[in-house]
Design a protein around this ligand. Structure first.
Ligand code: SF4
Length: 382
């Protein structure tokens, strides 16, 4: 199904909130475990908005996404200031998808009311695991019970688009534990689940422990079994596996992320945030103090890269093959005939392995194909 929800031209705004109460051991995202610079950061963020008001065509955004870090650590007043500034500069239509990432321990009635009042209509709750022992092992600050209560409170507060993030491959988690977690998921009133396989991210605590020989990730074949088990389970309870790491019910795909995967333009605001305008990517300095100081002086500290046709071809293949909609091969063969001929030669081998399927004008990876997608992409790239 290639439906109109994901087929329209879109533009998105991402806001990075790089503050956390403590660092989770698996996390390599840019954030600091201190709130000392929060106030000056918000002032800098608002200055960046003024400087970059014209980055998106027509000053309009179809999606807004607060990510982090921990956006839910912002006070109600801070959220109102940031969203209020955004609305003054960009048109956010009534049907815009507005998402905020939240941690379970921050979900209070007052914050829920604030998020709803300023226009957030989608909550993404960072759960990671429904096992208290595992949560302690990865340095999360909440319990499984708090995560379940957060989902319930969000639904009661009127959010009808609530999702959770989970990680598979966490230390000590076996098949039985996973089955228990899936049973809990089945009881939750949620419409979206992101399931990531644990990776050893640079700058994470797990990376350091791995280098010291104190931590080793689970074996690849165990991870593959867990991934396929979770996918089968979630599909059996009504979720669509619409992207390598994402599942949705009732067509509630993440429109914001789907637009990224379809190479739609987006403006990233804040330290370490990335932006894309169709021709170039740019990324803000991943350093809180430098970000704030530059904006205080009226400029933005960032780097930029112009995409070549080769980059665009490779990115199109990679991002679209990660989704259940796959790639439109006729369009590719007309636009990039020589490169497509090179890529196409490899496809029969993937089909023979059960990693790829062709239907109508589209080519998709199967779930088994997604498990070996890094290899497939590296072979298909020109
Ligand atoms: S996972 Fe989220 S809360 Fe944990 S350190 Fe990373 S950004 Fe912060």
């Amino acid at each position: 199904m290639y439906n109109e929800i994901i087929d329209r031209a879109m533009a998105g705004i991402y806001v990075h909130i790089p503050f956390c109460r403590s660092k989770c051991y698996y996390c390599g995202f840019y954030s600091v475990a201190s709130f000392g610079l929060k106030e000056s950061y918000i002032a800098a963020l608002c200055r960046e908005m003024e400087l970059r008001a014209n980055y998106l065509p027509e000053r309009r955004a179809d999606t807004l996404y607060f990510g982090g870090g921990t956006p839910s650590c912002l006070s109600e007043g801070e959220v109102e200031v940031i969203v209020g500034n955004i609305r003054e500069i960009w048109d956010l239509p009534d049907d815009a998808e507005c998402t905020i990432e939240v941690n379970p321990e921050d979900v209070t009635p007052d914050k829920l009311a604030c998020w709803k009042n300023v226009g957030f209509n989608r909550l993404s709750i960072g759960v990671q695991s429904f096992d208290d022992e595992v949560l302690k092992r990865i340095n999360r600050r909440h319990s499984a019970c708090q995560a379940m209560e957060a989902v319930e409170a969000a639904r009661k507060a009127g959010f009808d688009n609530v999702g959770v993030d989970l990680i598979i491959g966490l230390p000590g988690v076996g098949q039985k534990d996973l089955e228990r977690e899936m049973e809990i998921v089945n009881q939750l009133d949620i419409s979206h689940i992101s399931v990531y396989i644990l990776s050893i991210d640079s700058n994470s605590v797990f990376e350091k422990l791995t280098q010291q020989g104190k931590f080793s990730p689970q074996e690849d074949d165990v991870l593959a079994d867990h991934y396929l088990f979770v996918s089968d389970y979630l599909k059996s309870i009504g979720f669509e596996h619409y992207e390598i790491s994402n599942f949705a019910k009732d067509l509630k795909y993440s429109r914001h992320n789907t637009a990224y995967w379809r190479q739609q333009p987006y403006l990233g605001l804040g330290a370490a945030a990335h932006s894309f305008d169709g021709e170039s990517r740019q990324w803000n300095v991943a350093h809180l103090k430098k970000y704030i100081e530059h904006l205080a002086a009226g400029s933005l500290d960032f780097e930029r890269e112009i995409l070549t046709d080769r980059d665009k071809y490779n990115e199109y293949l990679m991002t679209n093959l990660r989704t259940m909609w796959g790639i439109g091969w006729r369009w590719l063969s007309e636009r990039y005939p020589d490169w497509w001929k090179l890529s196409e030669r490899r496809l029969p081998a993937y089909e023979a392995e059960g990693w790829m399927s062709r239907e109508g004008g589209r080519i998709r990876l199967t779930e088994r194909g997604w498990l070996v997608s890094d290899r497939i992409f590296s072979e298909l790239f020109v």
